[in-house]
Design a protein around this ligand. Sequence first.
Ligand code: F6P
Length: 326
Amino acid sequence: MAGINCIGILTSGGDAPGMNAAIRAVTRSAIFGGFKVKGIYRGYRGLITGEIQEFKTQNVSNIIQAGGTILKTARCKEFQTPEGRQLAYETLKKEGIDALVVIGGDGSLTGARIFATEFNFPIVGLPGTIDNDLYGTDKTIGYDTALNTIMECVDKIRDTATSHERLFFIEVMGRDAGFLALNGAIATGAEAAIIPEISTEVDQLAELIQSGFRKSKNSSIVLVAESPITGGAMALAERVKNEYPQYDVRVTILGHLQRGGSPTAVDRILASRMGAAAVDALLEDQRNVMIGIRNDEIVYVPFSKAIKNDKPINRELLNTLRRLSI
Ligand code: F6P
């Protein structure tokens, strides 16, 4: 593999459970393969400011179970400018880093793609985001843990919804993607999921009310994906309060609860496999690709595809939710 001696790792964008497992996997696989490894702190900002430390195997001991990211993370505006990226490139040269593994979501991989093209620099990406909105991989690192957190929270809210016979709108994250809302709804037996992928096609709220969803039930839970397209849980609840005053409506916004916590086994294994695969990809002279897992097999997804394509919602899941929530 042409001229790579030292691999840099960074995490960028929103933290996601399993990022530490990924850092550990990249570090250990790289050291196992005879490479030097450097950890870059605070995402792309660390590349600009030079917050970099050499990682040995011990630097990543005892972190597989920890949420968040030991490398810290940031959303770096300066890296979006050519001047910022030039500074980042100079840091890489100075530190002797020949390739990068970037762990992050859509925005982070977009930055990676621009940088890699501008400086002809080898970068491999790992999909680290609870949103699951990167194309070309069945799951992103952090998604399963967030889904399980949502499930635990909704199960608890269900107790109050049932006891008080209320209609709850629970807003979940996903930044314009409905994976958490839809699968969270199926996992909790919720009555409906309001997701941006469908919001442009139908008025989901009106459909829900018209379907007479309260006929057989006194309490209901609706998961709402945060997004200007769905309007969010607050706006939907306001609408119901005005149009259907007979309903006792409440709203819960789960917020950053969903991003924290110890990763599930699924996320730890996903992150470990993907982290090891990132080093393999560099060994095979791959660059500008995101590591994905499809049908339980590692795949390389060009950045251009992973970022640009909207990952479609599986309509079968929507249908299942509809059938099971009568
Ligand atoms: O992309 C991950 C994510 O958690 C989104 O679901 C959410 O919209 C966003 O990050 C929130 O970002 P921040 O923590 O910067 O408010």
